[in-house]
Design a protein around this ligand. Structure first.
Ligand code: ATP
Ligand code: MG
Length: 385
């Protein structure tokens, strides 16, 4: 496995690598007994016995942020004949159907009696004999056979597959993501985790207007995100009374932005308690009435910590693409009610003015209601599937 941007981080590198190793080990826990170690910017995941589930391990590793690429490799003794034989065996499927190939060798064990070009040539000869369909093409081969001669063993593998990229979760601080059951916020959460951020998720529910099933939907979304982000702390805050008060007493056309301000205030309080130093939302400019620059400015006016909106410049189709890729799409489109939509006014103001929003908010004792809601918040851990 190749490490990503970690290689660029100079002095932090060791710390980054340690976090990455820890994350990989944790994700492999139920896939069997593996040894996970790192040497020269490469991480080795080796099964300790035949009970280890390699397919599951590969799937898990492909979702760990901080890995740019990985390959499954065949192992053999550091003996030229053994390497030749293993290469033919391990890559036989690819080599049988290819018409051209080349061999590349890397030798980190300088004691090994053959130099890299010699190993490549020898393995190449062997494969040409074994697979009469093959010709050598060093410029555009169908298959590249890679041989690595390391300290204890030699490895043979084909193409490297792309990893999840990004940087290891846990190296970028902690943030609280405002999570709904929609398409956008799980994608926003995933994007921040990709940049190394550990997540706490804050969800606002409004029972009985929203059901337990809606909350379970959020939980299932988080389970998907957790496959990349690791376990996520999940906090649910009941906002029913506050929403009812806003609906009954505040100017109708400003109710959306007022509710959003309370959500931000609430999430911020949770964030502080959970040791998070930023907030994340799934907003995308112009998508709905509350996502205009003016509305966002009114919402942000209550923020005392940075609010990240990784999707701000994304089109819906781009968001959908990521949602598909990370497996949240099918869950997100399930039709459960959301607390934002049930009280939506007919004509929300798309360009609210802060002064009027603040004035409109005076109609309720929002702080007390928020306090009450936060006192009853429910907290749990969500683990990857
Ligand atoms: P999403 O697809 O994430 O639901 P959206 O396009 O529906 O977003 P809004 O409903 O305006 O847009 O919500 C904007 C953002 O506010 C969401 O992306 C999310 O971060 C936050 N948010 C909305 N509803 C909730 C909720 N019930 N609990 C927590 N956060 C929420
Ligand atoms: Mg929504």
């Amino acid at each position: 496995m190749k490490l990503g941007e970690i290689a660029l981080k100079g002095l932090n590198r060791k710390a980054f690598e340690d976090v990455l190793l820890k994350n990989i080990r944790r994700r492999l826990q139920d896939a069997g007994d593996f040894s996970v170690s790192s040497r020269q910017s490469t991480i080795y995941v080796e099964p300790k016995d035949s009970a280890a589930d390699l397919d599951l391990a590969e799937e898990r590793v492909s979702k760990v942020f901080g890995v740019v690429g990985y390959a499954r490799a065949g192992v053999c003794e550091k003996d030229l004949a053994a390497i030749c034989q293993r290469a033919g065996e391990y890559l036989s499927e690819e080599l049988e159907t290819a018409s051209t190939f080349k061999v590349e060798c890397k030798r980190s064990d300088k004691q090994f009696p053959y130099k890299s070009p010699e190993v490549s040539a020898e393995v190449g000869h062997h494969l040409l004999e074994q697979f009469p369909n093959l010709r050598v093409n060093v410029h555009h081969p169908d298959v590249i056979v890679r041989v690595e001669v390391r300290e204890r063993y030699a490895f043979v593998h084909g193409d490297t597959r792309p990893g999840a990229g990004g940087i290891p979760v846990g190296t970028g601080g902690k943030a609280a993501v405002l999570i709904s059951g929609g398409l956008d916020s799980p994608v926003a959460a995933w994007m921040m985790a990709k940049r190394g951020v550990e997540l706490t998720a804050v969800h606002f529910a409004s029972p009985p207007y929203t059901s337990e099933l809606a909350r379970e939907k959020v939980r299932r979304l988080l389970r998907k995100v957790a496959e990349y982000a690791g376990r996520i702390r999940f906090v649910t805050v009941n906002l029913t009374r506050l929403q009812e008060e806003i609906r009954d007493k505040c100017p109708q056309e400003l109710s959306t932005v007022i509710l959003r301000r309370y959500m931000l205030r609430g999430a911020q309080r949770v964030a502080q308690e959970e040791g998070c130093s930023a907030l994340v939302t799934g907003e995308s400019l112009g998508q709905v009435a509350s996502q205009t620059i003016q509305a966002i400015a009114c919402t942000d006016a209550v923020a005392t910590m940075p609010v990240f909106r990784p999707l701000i410049g994304a089109d819906k189709s781009e968001i959908v693409k990521v949602a598909y890729q990370i497996g949240t799409y099918d869950i997100s489109i399930e039709p459960y009610e959301d607390c934002c939509t049930i009280f939506t006014p007919k004509h929300p103001r798309t360009k609210p003015i802060l002064h009027f929003v603040e004035e409109g908010e005076q109609a309720i004792d929002g702080e007390a209601l928020l306090e009450e809601a936060l006192a009853q918040m429910e907290t749990e851990w969500v683990y990857p599937q």
